[in-house]
Design a protein around this ligand. Structure first.
Ligand SMILES: *Cc1c(COP(=O)(O)O)cnc(C)c1O
Length: 467
């Protein structure tokens, strides 16, 4: 084909498809995908030819290269792994907890094979999917019964819809929280079909406020763990024990939304304490809800634990069917819960805990090893240094507590006239790497917090692409 190409000599779709050079693409990606890319390519060539009137060299090799580039782009999975160097360990937008090896293996086992999800192997009759985690969760939390749904938002919704439909639920004004992604307690209550009765004030709520709100229409008392913010100064809230006693006195259930909820005392791991479901149940709560993929370190799930009497009703709610988890999640959750039976080895085996407790010294040493590599890949185009920083737990857990960490800080050259734009561009360049690297812009620098970087080799191996 000549250098100058006119619309008249553009090859037909059929001809391009028959190019020998395209055969390997057809073998690899399938005829239909290649056909779509050829069509799109020809349409584009036609348009640019009309727009520019210019000729392009359109030989077989050119078609092969263009189609291959398109196919690589379109066949790349939309959902794929990234490096989370944001410094937020449980990053909701980056998928929260990383599953331990034990959970990965359990998932692999059941995902491609039939499994006894709702089948009782002893009797050969229908079983209950909650049973696969019920015994473990009861053992770990001291609850009488449990059920599992898709996430904690669903758990709160299901409990309220079961126990408070068409009735009133008093909640402290200091606990009317919003979690990222538009989960708001007042909204979820409305959708669950119950009426929120606000009690107390933003900073102070007393037992008397709850007492005054009680009447014949009250369904239950609810406490929400204010996990993603802290009220400081002149504050008061009613302890779980007192609310449990009040609920009990009036024959009402008492539910607590713990949000994160961990099954171990985080103080034992050198981390700030976070309430556990076992403590809350010990304080007299009848139903406790918490997330599977926050501090627990498992798959996305909503765990509802508590007294048999209420769990029985919750499980019977027809909406439970709409919110239930699949076998993949159940397998992962069971494997993660099992790890909690051996708290001594938990830190090594559970990625969430391992990352949260990673010693700053280790992160600093990692930064020192990577600094020259990052510097080299950006040679002369940026100022690169390492410095201490703070990571956070994320997902609303322990918002004020920070974890000392270390980062690589990338700054624009001193002469850069638009440092803000420059930083956005460098962040975009890191995101465009084969395994996207997500950092954060802070103090006029693009920071890569290395706390969550475990695959050092894979990270270093793709840096040369920044050049
Ligand atoms: C995170 C959180 C939720 C929502 O949990 P998901 O698992 O994200 O659905 C609800 N309540 C509280 C207090 C939370 O912290």
């Amino acid at each position: 084909m000549s250098d100058k190409t006119s619309l008249a000599v553009l090859p037909s779709v059929d001809r391009v498809m028959n190019f020998a050079a395209l055969k390997p693409l057809i073998d690899g990606y399938g005829r239909q995908a290649v056909l779509a890319s050829v069509r799109a390519l020809l349409a584009e060539v036609r348009k640019t030819l009309i727009a520019s009137g210019n000729g392009t060299r359109l030989d077989e090799a050119w078609f092969e290269a263009q189609c291959r580039a398109r196919l690589e782009q379109t066949e790349k999975p939309s959902l794929r792994p990234v490096f989370n160097l944001t410094g937020t360990v449980l990053h909701t937008n980056l998928g929260r907890a990383l599953l331990p090896l034990e959970a990965q293996q359990a998932v692999l086992e059941v995902m491609s094979k039939p499994a006894n999800v709702e089948y009782d192997l002893k009797s050969g009759s229908r079983g209950e999917r909650d049973e696969h985690v019920e015994r473990l969760l009861c053992e770990l939390t001291g609850a009488e019964a449990v059920t599992v749904v898709n996430n904690n938002a669903a758990a709160v919704f299901l409990v309220l819809n079961t126990l408070a439909l068409g009735k009133e639920v008093p909640v402290s004004r200091g606990e009317l929280i919003e979690i990222g992604g538009s989960f708001r307690i007042p909204d979820i209550m409305k959708r669950a079909g119950c009426k929120l009765i606000e009690v107390g004030t933003t900073n102070r709520t007393h037992l008397k406020d709850y007492e005054d709100a009680l009447n014949a229409h009250t369904a239950l008392l609810m406490k929400v763990h204010t996990s993603n913010y802290a009220i400081q100064g002149f504050t008061a809230s009613v302890p779980e024990k007192d609310l449990a006693a009040l609920a009990n006195k009036h024959g009402l259930p008492f539910m607590v939304d713990l949000g994160s909820g961990t099954l171990v005392n985080l103080k034992d791991f050198g981390l700030p304490a976070e309430p556990t479901p076992q403590q809350t149940l010990g304080h007299g709560a009848d139903v406790v809800t918490f997330s599977g993929d926050k501090l627990l370190g498992g798959p996305q799930a909503g765990l509802i634990v508590g007294a048999k009497e209420f769990l029985k009703k919750i499980k019977k709610n027809p909406l439970k069917r709409a919110l239930r988890v699949d076998k993949i999640k159940l397998a992962a959750l069971e494997a993660v819960l099992r790890l909690y039976r051996d708290p001594e080895r938990l830190k090594e085996r559970l990625p969430t805990l391992r990352l949260l407790t990673r010693p700053q010294k280790e992160i600093e040493a990692l930064a020192a090893r990577l600094l020259p590599l990052v510097e080299k890949s950006l040679a002369g185009r940026a100022r690169v240094s390492m410095k201490p920083c703070h990571s956070q737990i994320g997902s609303g857990a322990l918002p004020v507590e920070m974890l000392p960490s270390h980062c690589i800080a990338i700054l624009p050259p001193q002469t850069e006239r638009h440092p803000g734009t420059w930083l956005e561009k460098i962040a975009a360049a890191f995101r465009a790497l084969p395994v996207p690297v997500i950092g954060r812009i802070e103090d006029n620098a693009f920071c890569l917090d290395l706390r969550c970087l475990e695959d050092e080799k894979a990270f270093a191996g793709q840096l040369s692409r920044l050049a």
